[in-house]
Design a protein around this ligand. Sequence first.
Ligand code: EPS
Length: 386
Amino acid sequence: MIRFMTAGESHGKALVTIIDNFPSGLKIDEDFINEKLALRQSGYGRGARQKIETDKIEFISGVRGGLTTGSPISFFIKNKDYENWLERMDVYKPVPEDSKIHIPRPGHADFAGSIKYNLDDIRNVLERSSARETASRVAVGAICEILLREFGIEFSSAVLSIGGDIAEADFNLFDEKILNNIKNSDLRIPFPVKERGIKSLIDELKKEGDSAGGVIIVQVKNAPIGLGSFTQWDEKLDAHIAMSMMSIQAIKSVEIGAGVKSGYMRGSDFQDSIYINSGKKYYRKTDNAGGIEGGMSNGEIISVKCAMKPIPTLMKPYLDTVDLRTGEQEKAFLERSDVCAVPAASVVCEAALAYSICLFFLKKFGGDSIVEIIRNYEGYNKQVYS
Ligand code: EPS
């Protein structure tokens, strides 16, 4: 079954990724992958780092003549900033004592990570736990999207809210007007009227050395009926989606469909009644289940919402913490960071959803080549719709 692993430090040489068991015969659209990487780097509220990097995928293996070969796909994405970190990030040179960090920033992996791995320099934790790693995941998601596009499966993502304002979420992200609004917004929000207010909030937080989180929505349409299974806990599609999303840095909650709101609804209001049209296509008039029932896709739009907490690196010493070396009470140290990375995280969430859907798509229709997958997919559709 398809799987992937990533490696690399934020200010190390590069991010490295391996995707295993990916089928052969898929035409790789490198421009599409690089566009997604650029989109992840964009967004109002990002820090100085994104001016240094221009993320581009460089394949090492598993792609030949523009097509996947079935062998492990590996690629790297360079960290241009490495040049500025040679002293501190060299593989062999001893780390200068005065550059070592002993004060964990609350909210980061710093505290538990350095205690768990017995490290005398928190940088060993923060370099790897950095959200820089999400560039790898966006590339993996883009490769999955390229495969799923062959079957008419499409993804869309947007930012619903930044810094606390509550937005309604019951809409179709594939609506042309909404898609256009998202594309034209450097916050990736579907409601242009909110743009100015959110930007001033980000500017204000920047001045105050503070940060903001937000809420993201991701949807996928045309996923066939029956991805995932009710038969075993770890075969459930929604369970896997939740894992994919929660594994993204700073994501604190995942909701499918009506999510938390479903707990406040009556059964007669929540359930999505089933209809059929003349072409034997099933449809629903509501999508409170978010396209997943019993751990399986039901053919409707799969809709996922995620909350991202505010970035925990703050530019003013607001947060109390402890120096792990001396045991003295301290203020959290200041390190270059973003004020808000919610627009970027929406691109990452889309990629994470693409990976989950691709994994379950290949479990259902899997084969070693695209040709074999198309055969299986068409056979299933014939069984369902004729
Ligand atoms: C990050 C801190 C910032 C972000 C980084 C994540 O990097 P730096 O410490 O170099 O200023 O820009 O994200 C990325 C580099 C990226 O490509 O998304 C952190 O501490 O997690």
